[in-house]
Design a protein around this ligand. Structure first.
Ligand SMILES: [Zn+2]
Length: 364
C-alpha cells in the first residue's frame, strides 16, 4: 500500500496564499507524478512499491519514494541497493526521505530505496540469489526475463525513462574494503550529457573519479544502470561510498552530503542556495587508467594493503593460499597508484576480483 504524507496545514496555508497572490503561470505548480503504485502531488511525499510480476521465478517489488516539489524543476533519481550488501547508500536514502521537505523542493526527487530486494533480504554479494545474475550487468532488462532482468526492466521503464538525472549509489560490497570514488562515464555519444555528468561528479564530492570510456553505447545492451540513463540522454554517475557491507556513520553521511550537494548543483534546494565553487571537488584526482586484479587461485585470500593505500608497481597486494594454508600465488600491482578497493574477507575463487587500482594522472 502506498503511504501518503501531506505537507503541514501551515505550509498548505502558505501555498494557498501564494497561489492567490501569483498568476497561475508564475506559480508553476507541478502535476501529480505516478511511478509504479506510487502517486505524489505537488508538495507531497509518497512511498510505496513498483511491482515486479512473477516470471520464471518469483515476483518481487522495488520500494520507492517520490518527493514531489511544490514547483517545477528537474527529476533526479537516486538508486541504492543495486547490490544487496551495499547498505550505506540504503541508509542514506532513508535519511534523505525524512530530510527533504517537498514544500521547499524545486523539481522531484525519486528515491529507489533498495533496487535489488532479493539480494538485500538474502544478503548476497555481486549476484541475486534466485538467478545468480548481477543486476548491474543486465540493463535495460527484459519484461519476460529472470528476476534480475525484470527488476532492471521495471527500473528502466518506471524510473530511468522519467528521470532527467540519475545517480546509481554503490559502496564496497560485503567483501570489498573500498575508499570513496565516483565513476564518470565519458561515453562520447553526446557532449552535453558527458559534460553534465562530469559536473555532477564534481558536485557529488568524491575526489577520486574514475574516467570510464568503455561503457556500451547500445540502448538494447546498456548493461549498467548509469549507462542505461546516459545512452537515453540523461546525465548520470555511479558513486562508490562505503565498505564491507556495513553502514558506518561516516559513509552514510558522505552519501547524504553528496546527494544534497548535487541537488543544490541542480537548483533543487533554493533555500540552501546554489552550490558554491569551493564546495565542489576543487582538486579532482582523475583515474583514466584502472586495473581490476584477479585471484590466481581458489582458497583463502590474505590482503596485504588497505583501501586508499598508495602502492608501487610490483607491490604485493595480497596472496591466496589453498584451504590448508600453503601460499599459492601473489597478486602484484601493475603500476603505481591508489587502492580503490581490496577484498577484505577470506573466501576466494580463481579469477574473482581481489583489488582495483587507479593509476593517478595529471588533470588536463
Ligand atoms: Zn555495487
Amino acid at each position: 500500500m502506498p503511504q501518503h504524507e501531506f505537507p503541514t496545514s501551515r505550509v498548505r496555508g502558505a501555498a494557498a496564499l501564494l497561489a492567490t497572490l501569483l498568476p497561475i503561470s508564475l506559480a508553476a505548480q507541478q502535476v501529480p507524478l505516478t511511478i509504479g503504485g506510487v502517486t505524489a502531488r505537488a508538495g507531497e511525499r509518497a512511498s510505496g512499491f513498483i511491482a515486479v510480476p512473477a516470471g520464471s521465478d518469483s515476483a518481487t517489488q522495488v520500494p520507492i519514494t517520490i518527493v514531489r516539489g511544490a514547483t517545477t524543476g528537474p527529476i533526479l533519481a537516486l538508486i541504492a541497493g543495486t547490490h544487496g550488501a551495499e547498505v550505506a547508500p540504503v541508509i542514506a536514502l532513508q535519511r534523505l526521505r525524512a530530510e527533504v521537505d517537498p514544500a521547499r523542493l524545486r523539481g522531484t526527487l525519486v528515491l529507489v530505496h533498495v533496487a535489488n530486494l532479493p539480494s538485500f533480504l538474502n544478503r548476497t554479494i555481486y549476484r541475486g540469489p534466485w538467478d545468480a545474475k548481477n543486476l548491474n550487468r543486465v540493463y535495460p532488462g527484459r519484461r519476460d526475463g529472470t528476476v534480475s532482468e525484470r527488476i532492471a526492466h521495471a527500473i528502466t521503464t518506471e524510473v530511468i525513462d522519467r528521470a532527467d538525472y540519475l545517480v546509481d549509489m554503490h559502496s564496497g560490497d560485503g567483501n570489498e574494503s573500498l575508499r570513496p570514488y565516483t565513476y564518470w562515464s565519458k561515453l562520447g555519444m553526446d557532449a552535453r550529457v558527458d559534460s553534465a555528468a562530469r559536473e555532477m561528479a564534481l558536485a557529488w564530492g568524491n575526489d577520486h573519479i574514475v574516467v570510464d570510456t568503455n561503457r556500451p553505447k547500445s540502448r538494447e545492451a546498456s548493461l549498467y544502470t548509469q549507462n542505461t540513463a546516459q545512452v537515453r540522454g540523461k546525465p548520470a554517475i555511479t558513486t562508490e561510498t562505503g565498505f564491507l557491507g556495513v553502514a558506518d556513520e561516516g559513509s552514510v553521511q558522505r552519501n547524504v552530503e553528496g546527494a544534497t550537494r548535487l541537488m543544490r548543483h541542480l537548483g533543487m534546494l533554493p533555500a540552501l542556495g546554489a552550490l558554491r565553487p569551493e564546495e565542489r571537488v576543487t582538486h579532482p584526482i582523475w583515474l583514466e587508467r584502472t586495473a581490476v586484479l584477479t585471484s590466481p587461485g581458489t582458497g583463502l585470500w590474505y590482503p596485504l594493503v588497505e583501501r586508499g593505500h598508495t602502492v608501487q608497481k610490483g607491490t604485493v597486494i595480497g596472496y591466496v593460499t589453498d584451504f590448508f594454508g600453503t601460499r599459492q600465488g601473489d597478486v602484484r600491482s601493475p603500476f603505481t597508484g591508489t587502492v580503490l578497493y581490496v577484498i577484505g574477507t577470506p573466501a576466494m575463487s580463481r579469477g574473482e576480483p581481489v583489488a582495483m587500482i587507479g593509476f593517478v594522472t595529471e588533470e588536463r
